[in-house]
Design a protein around this ligand. Structure first.
Ligand code: OAD
Length: 256
């Protein structure tokens, strides 16, 4: 009998247009913490200041107490800066190189898909390493800021041009998706993938689950790779209960 790996490897071999939908579980294999679940960033119910982490990481808090928001943004940024993409990101980029109809919709802010070579990429929650001044819109990078500090951060980081507070170009709690992400999601709705592979997400956001539902209704095959069941487990046709990097590597090997 064919194993789930063999079955999905065959689907990947035959698909011309695969949509990968990825979440924190993919980057967990690079050593980054996930948001929810065991060891996740949201596992601690309250921060040292006695507030939920979702409140600390909200757009409103960044406006009132940028020092407090930045304390936790810094943790996330430092984790991203200290890690890099893994075999799972590489496989996804390789699939795109072989089959240009491949797309990635990610919630991850670590920039690892881009670093691994994916170009048909929707980073729906933005990217942590790009920073913009809330006062003068000056754009800089986390790397450049760190260099200018000589390693030790000033929190909140300040704009080198006007000393305004800078913020990472990511979606914080209570904020809308940026206009370019909305436009990219709209354009994604017009593409018709023949295969959708959802990797390492708990599937809490409708704009992430909708493309899976839509593709499935249009006849695409849907797959989930996640060691634990998630909000999308009930809607996919095939589930592989494995970790992201190892499973994607096995699929890619078996499909060639
Ligand atoms: P979550 O932390 O909600 O979910 C991570 C998922 O990855 C869970 O379903 C885990 O079971 C799974 N997982 C853990 N380790 C894995 C591994 N090695 N391989 C495969 N899967 C694994 O992360 P997301 O679904 O990405 O938003 O969360 C979505 C959004 O919630 C994030 O983008 C972030 C957060 O609020 C913003 O920052 C705006």
């Amino acid at each position: 009998m064919a194993t789930p790996i063999d079955t999905v490897a065959g689907l990947l071999r035959d698909a011309e247009a695969t949509l990968f939908v990825t979440g924190a579980g993919l980057s967990a294999d690079s050593g980054l913490p996930t948001y929810r679940g065991v060891g996740g960033l949201y596992e601690r119910e309250l921060t040292d200041e006695g507030i939920p982490i979702e409140v600390a990481l909200s757009g409103e808090m960044l406006g009132h107490r940028p020092d407090l928001s930045w304390k936790y943004l810094w943790e996330i940024g430092a984790a991203c800066a200290g890690a890099t993409f893994n075999r799972g990101h590489e496989v996804i980029a390789e699939v795109e190189r072989r089959k240009p109809g491949t797309w990635v919709l990610t919630q991850n802010v670590d920039g690892f898909h881009h670093a691994a070579g994916s170009r048909n990429l929707i980073e729906v929650h933005g990217r942590m390493s790009t920073l913009t001044c809330v006062e003068c819109d000056h754009v800089t990078t986390a790397e450049a800021m760190l260099e200018s500090y000589g390693g030790e951060p000033e929190l909140p980081p300040r704009c080198p041009e006007c000393r305004g507070v800078v913020r990472p170009d990511v979606v914080l709690f209570g904020e809308m998706l940026p206009a370019n992400a909305i436009a990219q999601l709209d354009a994604l709705a017009d593409r018709e993938p023949d295969l959708v592979i959802v990797v390492g997400t708990s599937g809490v956001f409708p704009y992430v689950v909708d493309p899976v539902l839509r593709a499935s209704a249009a006849g695409a095959t849907t797959v989930e790779i996640n060691p634990v069941e998630s909000a999308v487990s009930g809607i996919v046709e095939h589930r592989i209960a494995g970790t992201a990097a190892e499973t994607l590597d096995r699929l890619w090997q078996a499909s060639r």
